[in-house]
Design a binder for this molecule. Structure first.
Ligand code: HEM
Ligand SMILES: CC(C)=CCC/C(C)=C/CC/C(C)=C/COP(=O)(O)OP(=O)(O)O
Length: 303
């Protein structure tokens, strides 16, 4: 985008790469993948153009919420090493542009969903965007260490939205997938929070390790991992999925619980490299990618 904007004394071009970075593309890739899997696992068939447009709408809506999150958190991001180089804190983009970009993209994504799929999916997409921006970012994140438990629900909506875009209604399987991501989020995030704790402390964000301490965070990671494993495997005995998904979920969830136990049962202390925590964080991402791939494979290749 060749638009000019004022930043202090200088006039900087709003580079498209900075606008792209506002959408948190790496995090959102998994969000969009889970949405696509929700859509592909639904019964019946969707016209490819409608399927593509629905997924595009979810990607744009998720990107918009990432931009609005960064618009709101520019001063906090400036205080953390991990986020200081984002376009706003680094001064490559001004807040007004980020706000306009986020609001415009959010509105466009909802209209696209309305025309491509149905009003039910458009409503769910709107709820997810509003939830992430208002409930998580503005309300819970600066106030309570439970921020990601409750606020994390926003990230659990995409497979449900994909399913509803395809069918116009809700069913037990996408609700189970919602629950799976909901319970996955605390171990995913707290593993990372353990090794970037000083960042959050510096920014004054009440993340669990900062407020409740390392020991409590470790125990809760393990607790949520066990609950998540139950939610991940349950669709198989309940008959919502077949054995392909069932075995994948059982093996991967056992591994997830094992890695969480390595983190959860470790005593609190000053570790230099936090290897088990980093391993769990990296595995959490691979886990969701593979598991959601298995939901689709199970639907199309029933064993
Ligand atoms: C409130 C809930 C969540 C919080 C607080 C959270 C937090 C984070 C943070 C701080 C990172 C570090 C890397 C970065 O800044 O880009 C990260 C990485 C990541 N998150 Fe989450 N996350 C949450 C939920 C989710 C959900 C629901 C998904 C997808 C389903 C997801 C997918 C990812 C992925 C793919 C990465 C790796 C990005 C990379 O490779 O850099 N996260 N998350
Ligand atoms: C369809 C739709 C609207 C989906 C929304 C997806 C969503 C809410 C994902 C949550 C994942 C996420 C970016 C967490 C980052 O937390 P943070 O903002 O605290 O991380 P930060 O410290 O890196 O800014």
């Amino acid at each position: 985008m060749a638009q000019s904007l004022t930043h202090g004394e200088m006039s900087l071009p709003a580079d498209w790469r900075d606008l792209f970075a506002l959408t948190k593309p790496r995090v959102m890739s998994l969000v969009v993948f889970t949405a696509l899997c929700g859509l592909l696992a639904a019964p019946g068939s969707v016209h490819p153009v409608l399927a593509f447009s629905s997924i595009l709408a979810i990607a744009l809506g998720a990107g918009a919420s990432g931009a609005l999150n960064q618009w709101y958190e520019a001063t906090i991001d400036a205080k953390m090493k991990r986020t200081a180089n984002r376009p706003l804190p680094a001064g490559r983009l001004d807040r007004q542009t980020a706000l306009q970009f986020g609001v415009g993209l959010a509105a466009f994504s909802v209209f696209l969903m309305l025309f491509a799929a149905n009003w039910q999916a458009a409503v769910l997409l709107t709820v997810s965007i509003l939830f992430y921006v208002f409930i998580y970012t503005m309300w819970l994140k600066p106030r309570t260490p439970q921020n990601i438990v409750i606020g994390g629900a926003a990230g659990a909506f995409p497979p449900l939205i994909g399913w509803v875009a395809a069918t116009g209604s809700v069913a037990p399987l996408p609700i189970a997938l919602f629950l799976l991501i909901f319970l996955w989020t605390p171990p995913h995030f707290w593993a990372l929070a353990l090794f970037v704790r000083s960042d959050y402390a510096a920014a004054g964000i009440p993340m669990m390790p900062v407020v409740a301490g390392e020991r409590a965070t470790r125990r809760q990671i393990l607790l949520y991992a066990v609950l998540m494993a139950v939610a991940a495997i349950a669709p198989w005995p309940l008959g919502y999925t077949g054995a392909l998904y069932g075995w994948t979920a059982t093996i991967l969830s056992a591994l997830f619980v094992l890695l969480s136990a390595q983190v959860g049962l470790r005593s609190a202390g000053a570790y230099d490299r936090m290897q088990p925590e980093k391993r769990l964080f990296a595995f959490s991402i691979a886990y969701l990618f593979i598991l959601f791939g298995a939901v689709v494979a199970d639907h199309w290749l029933p064993l």
